[in-house]
Design a protein around this ligand. Structure first.
Ligand SMILES: Nc1nc2c(ncn2[C@@H]2O[C@H](COP(=O)(O)OP(=O)(O)OP(=O)(O)O)[C@@H](O)[C@H]2O)c(=O)[nH]1
Ligand SMILES: [Mg+2]
Length: 455
């Protein structure tokens, strides 16, 4: 068992309770040293006990509950102690200091979870899921992280690994056969199996597109000519006057960003400067910025003033968004409609949503349309397996390309010994997703340094 680490596991702020955790060889000893039970002096495994916590000079620190959790059935698989005190910053800090003074070491970020991984209780995809779960802010993020923690990625990757092992066996058999001149190795079954595994990996790589959105949200940008009601839309989304709205065209000169929760999906909304062909330098920069931003947005909301005829800038915008993921909004429908709707449809192939920001009409339709673009509006769909980690996606891609080489080699009748090298790379990459046979300390550091201290 490792040295004993200690950390405050709850947020360090005034709260109902605060939790300090210990894990390692001397956890029980340290827990017993500072705790005096008010009811029963026997330490029982996994039972909450009530008593007082004392520092190294026997000063009373707080009334606490404490639990002793004997390894290997603990979070880290080591002996662990958890102290639940009142959530005073002073209590939790003094409890931590007492343990440190008695010989525990301050835990590094994510060190408890890292130990759970190194001690073999969880694989690396589950460790990443713990982090995603803690960071989750929307229901979808939460659901997806939980699925992963329950082993959805572990199972699928495990299956691919099994298939790769089968492939290895077939390959070895063929390599050995080919030494015998008289028997021609049967490559068709090798090819078939390779194609199957490629398909499995491809589905997971594809799922990362949705996975990225789950994790990072949908980057949505509102564009349109000056004065069409872009900032009014943002304010309506947020139900507050976040952006300045005036009847002076060119009011918004910089970029305003806010987050929305749309059906459990995190949507980052960006309000931009109105697009118009202008001589004003400040405005010009703003316009360029908004067109630039819209290039790497996941979704564009283009707004048009329904009470006016389309102008040069509108045509520019319509052409700009034609091949993009977009929602078209015709605003100011409380006024007489003068806009040429056929032209909008003709140029973009999409039907607009009719809205009036001053009468708060059309907002729900816009929000519904955002969520249906990405998830058909159903949270239940999230039970499908999605890869959210870009580390996992990179390894899947590496495996995919190596397996493609295997396939090509088989089809081109290259020596099986050479193909075998690529098969090995593919297998190692898939195993690395789970963190099997892992020696890359820097990769582990990368993952665990994103955790908070105490997890
Ligand atoms: N009649 C009517 N007026 C609206 C509507 N939506 C917005 N307006 C008005 O149009 C003007 C411009 O609204 P903004 O939201 O500031 O427009 P914007 O697109 O952000 O403008 P810039 O930041 O200047 O590019 C304001 O006077 C709003 O009150 C609407 O649906 N109907
Ligand atoms: Mg504005």
């Amino acid at each position: 068992m490792e040295d004993t680490i200690c950390a405050i596991s709850t947020a360090i702020s005034k709260s109902g309770i605060g939790i300090v955790r210990l894990s390692g060889r001397e956890a029980f000893e340290l827990g017993k040293k500072h705790f005096k039970s008010k009811t029963n002096s026997n330490i029982e495994n996994r039972k909450l006990m009530y008593g007082n916590f004392y520092d190294n000079d026997e000063n009373l620190i707080d009334e606490v509950l404490i639990s002793f959790i004997r390894g290997p059935k603990s979070y880290t698989t080591e002996d662990m102690v958890e102290v639940y005190s009142h959530g005073s910053i002073v209590s939790v800090k003094k409890i931590l200091e007492s343990f440190l003074h008695s010989g525990a070491r301050m835990a590094e970020r994510g060190e408890f979870t890292k130990r759970a991984f190194l001690n073999g209780r969880i694989d690396l995809t589950k460790a990443e899921a713990v982090l995603d779960l803690i960071n989750s802010e929307t229901e979808i993020e939460h659901r997806s992280a939980l699925n992963q923690l329950e082993g959805s990625v572990t199972r699928e990757i495990g299956k691919i690994l099994d298939d790769l092992t089968d492939l290895n066996v077939l390959m070895e058999a063929s390599i050995n056969f080919s030494e015998d001149d008289e028997i021609e190795p049967d490559k068709s079954s090798l090819i078939k199996k390779t194609e199957e595994v490629l398909d499995e990996i491809e589905i997971l790589i594809e799922s990362h597109k949705r996975g990225k959105i789950i994790k990072n949200g949908i980057k949505t940008i509102i564009i349109g000519k000056p004065n069409v009601g872009k900032s009014s839309l943002l304010n309506n989304f947020l139900n507050e006057n976040r952006a300045i709205v005036t009847d002076i065209p060119g009011t918004t000169r910089d970029v305003i960003e806010e987050f929305l929760d749309v059906d459990g999906l995190s949507v980052k909304i960006v309000d931009t400067a109105g697009i118009r062909l202008t001589e004003d330098l400040v405005e010009k920069i703003g316009v360029e910025k908004s067109l630039d931003l819209s290039k790497n947005a996941d979704l564009i909301i283009a707004i048009f003033d329904g009470s006016k005829e389309l102008e040069k800038e509108d045509y520019m915008i319509l052409d700009h968004i034609r091949d993009k993921e977009k929602i078209i909004v015709v605003n100011k429908t409380d006024l007489d409609l003068k806009i040429n709707l056929e032209e909008i449809e003709k140029r973009t192939g999409s039907k607009p949503i009719f809205a009036s920001m001053s009468e708060r009409k059309g907002i729900k339709e816009i929000l519904d349309s955002i969520s249906s673009l990405f998830f058909s509006g159903k949270i239940e769909e999230m039970d499908d397996l999605v890869i959210t980690s870009s580390r996992q996606e990179n390894l899947l891609k590496k495996a995919y390309f190596s397996l493609k080489n295997v396939l090509k080699g088989l089809e081109d009748n290259i020596f099986l010994d050479l193909i075998d090298v690529d098969l090995k790379i593919a297998t190692d990459s898939i195993a690395e997703i789970l963190g099997r046979n892992f020696e890359k300390e820097d990769v582990l550091d990368q993952i665990f340094k994103k955790f908070c201290i105490g997890k």
